[in-house]
Design a protein around this ligand. Structure first.
Ligand SMILES: CC(C)(COP(=O)(O)OP(=O)(O)OC[C@H]1O[C@@H](n2cnc3c(N)ncnc32)[C@H](O)[C@@H]1OP(=O)(O)O)[C@@H](O)C(=O)NCCC(=O)NCCS
Length: 184
């Protein structure tokens, strides 16, 4: 079910700005313990709605965000994948990172890799970024696998400043890709 809202498309997926119809499935996804197992806590409904509002505001400001992702064939919303400015301070930031979170029923089909590859291409060629980062707790191997599969390179480990000191997800890994631009 192809609609006109897609900003990026892949062979199987459409990436777009957020719609009111995403709210209920997004709240459910962010309350799924398996989906959220590498995050310090589940998100309440209010926190999920606030996150959607921040992602929409980010899109308005920058022209990209963590996009809502649909399966093209069915129109089903399955989560997000995209790019976002990270202003917090660390040895790898500020910068633009890639993020992804899909509902469990959509895992293991290559969707995250497919969406992320297209976002990486758009980061260079559409959004004209010079570098893209990606972060995840060192324990999150499936997310790191996606990072490697799309061609990001390991940049180092660090203690995430936004995660509490005693939290087991405090130690994170950074991956990155730098785009070399030739002068006009
Ligand atoms: C991370 C996530 C987006 C991956 O989505 P996905 O659509 O299943 O990913 P893909 O199918 O494109 O690829 C996943 C790859 O990781 C591999 N993988 C899965 N679990 C793994 C593990 N524990 N260790 C190593 N690799 C693993 C899969 O085998 C697959 O690789 P392959 O295609 O070479 O077989 C999904 O699991 C998710 O939403 N997780 C919860 C949210 C999250 O952790 N987001 C990242 C936060 S930084």
């Amino acid at each position: 079910m192809l609609n006109n809202n897609y900003i990026l498309t892949t062979p199987r997926l459409g990436l777009r700005n957020w719609l009111p119809s995403d709210e209920t499935p997004f709240i459910e996804m962010c309350q799924d313990r398996e989906v959220m197992r590498y995050f310090p806590s589940l998100l309440s409904a209010e926190e999920s709605l606030a996150l959607i509002e921040r992602l929409k505001a980010h899109h308005k400001k920058h022209g990209f965000t963590y996009f809502a992702v649909d399966v093209l064939e069915t129109g089903e919303f399955i989560g997000f994948c995209g790019l976002a400015v990270q202003a917090w301070q660390s040895e790898f930031t500020p910068g633009v990172d890639m993020g992804w979170r899909l509902k469990k029923s959509a895992w293991g089909k290559g969707y995250a890799t497919e969406a992320a590859k297209t976002c990486l291409h758009a980061a260079e060629h559409t959004f004209d970024l010079q570098e893209v980062l990606a972060f995840t707790p060192d324990l999150n191997l499936s997310s790191q696998h996606v990072m490697k599969k799309i061609g990001l390179e390991f940049a180092g480990t660090f203690q995430h400043p936004k995660i509490a000191n005693d939290n087991r997800f405090k130690t994170c890994v950074a991956y990155k890709k730098t785009f070399f631009k030739t002068e006009g």
